[in-house]
Write a protein that binds this ligand. Structure first.
Ligand code: ATP
Ligand code: MG
Length: 363
């Protein structure tokens, strides 16, 4: 079989992004040739450093190259300026918009049982990424009778966006069940999508999200695959997520709730340096570790590369390279299970490179 070549854009950005994205490239280059995959790479600029040098945080060339040449990409992190900086806005937010990456997917998986969470946590949050309060249509005006100011924001929910995000959540649930079936999973977990909303208060906006997501998940192919539909009001979702995280599989949420739930869920499993994400659209995915640019540890060679390596795997899943993805997850799990070569955030003493070397050996 002729090897398929995937072209991957590498956008390290700022801070430790420059230390972990090279690790992502190394693991792709180290995948066994028996998988029938090859990779080519293109280095692309974005971030606060780029902004300081050129006046633009996200050069058009980066967007055009991704659109025209690439199958997928890896994004490191961007520093946000500590004081408001004229003309600067987050390049990853802009990239999501320009490439219509409408989903932010964040798997959260525990390393080992703890007294608080004896059962394995293995869930994924699928956050809608294009609308809700993030349409950023805000205004401020004077209240009548001089009673100060009033500020308002639009919360926009559409059937189209709600339907496609729920459909993606259903597809992820099917894929996860397949992986559980093929790896002889013993947790007894079932494919389930939990729709998160606050339709008891916001009956129109969240009501539309809830109803549309439900309709999307009632598609026959999800029924046939045994995907259960569950729902939670967002406040009780938070409570249950922290009380019994092991009972969740896929959680789908509008933009703002998804944002909050994702960071909260990441806290359940220890270091930010472990948690991956992907920004996904139709036929394109950007893997992105959940952590930021971590200026406090930058340049020391001690950043945990695992969030990035898992983001590489997640990107591969959305490029339909499940086998390659599974190899990476297994190699990372092997490193964590042995627990000998860990970076300082995990209580170890290893350097980024040593952890990567260990994981590559396990591929
Ligand atoms: P930014 O503004 O870019 O988000 P930040 O100062 O908020 O930067 P984060 O990257 O969000 O920093 O990280 C928060 C904390 O977690 C930092 O103390 C950082 O050292 C630690 N951390 C984050 N990522 C990693 C990693 N990959 N390895 C080790 N420690 C990490
Ligand atoms: Mg941060």
């Amino acid at each position: 079989m002729a090897a398929r070549t995937l072209r991957i854009g590498l956008i390290p950005g700022d801070g430790i992004g420059r230390e972990v994205i090279p690790a992502g490239r190394r693991i792709l280059e180290a995948l066994p040739t028996s998988l029938g995959l090859k990779f080519s790479f293109v280095d692309l600029d974005a971030g606060f450093e780029t902004f300081k040098q050129t006046g633009v945080a996200l050069p058009d060339k980066t967007v055009e190259t991704l659109k025209k040449e690439c199958d997928g990409a890896l994004f490191g992190a961007v520093s946000s300026p500590t004081t408001p900086t004229k003309g600067y806005s987050s390049p990853i937010v802009a990239l999501r918009k320009r490439l219509d990456l409408y989903a932010n997917v964040r798997p959260v998986k525990s390393v080992a049982p703890t007294p608080a969470f004896p059962d394995p946590i293995d869930l994924v949050i699928v956050r809608e990424n294009t609308e809700d309060l993030y349409v950023k249509e805000e205004k401020t005006y004077d209240a009548p009778n001089g009673q100060g100011k009033i500020a308002e924001a639009i919360k926009r929910i559409s059937e189209r966006a709600s339907s496609r995000i729920a459909t993606m959540a259903g597809e992820i649930a099917i894929r996860r069940q397949k992986i559980r079936d093929t790896t002889g999973d013993t947790t007894g977990k079932k494919a389930m999508v939990t729709i998160t909303h606050k339709s008891n208060v916001l009956s129109q906006t969240d009501g539309l999200f809830r109803a549309t997501a439900r309709t999307a998940l009632e598609q026959q192919r999800f029924k046939d695959a045994g995907v259960e539909i569950d729902e939670q009001i967002v406040d009780s979702m938070v409570y249950k997520l922290f009380r019994q995280p092991a009972s969740y599989d896929v959680i789908v949420a509008p933009n703002l709730y998804g944002d909050i739930l994702s960071d909260g869920a990441a806290a359940l499993v220890g270091s930010l340096g472990l948690v991956p994400s992907a920004n996904v659209g139709d036929g394109f995915a950007i893997g992105e570790p959940c952590h930021g640019s971590a200026p406090d540890i930058q340049g020391q060679g001690i950043a945990n590369p695992i969030a990035t390596l898992r983001s590489v795997a997640l990107m591969l899943e959305f490029l339909e390279q499940e086998e390659a993805a599974a190899r990476i997850y297994a190699a990372v799990d092997g490193n964590l299970a042995e627990g000998k070569l860990l970076t300082p955030d995990m209580g170890g003493k290893a350097k980024t490179e040593e952890v990567v070397d260990d994981i590559l050996r396990r591929l």
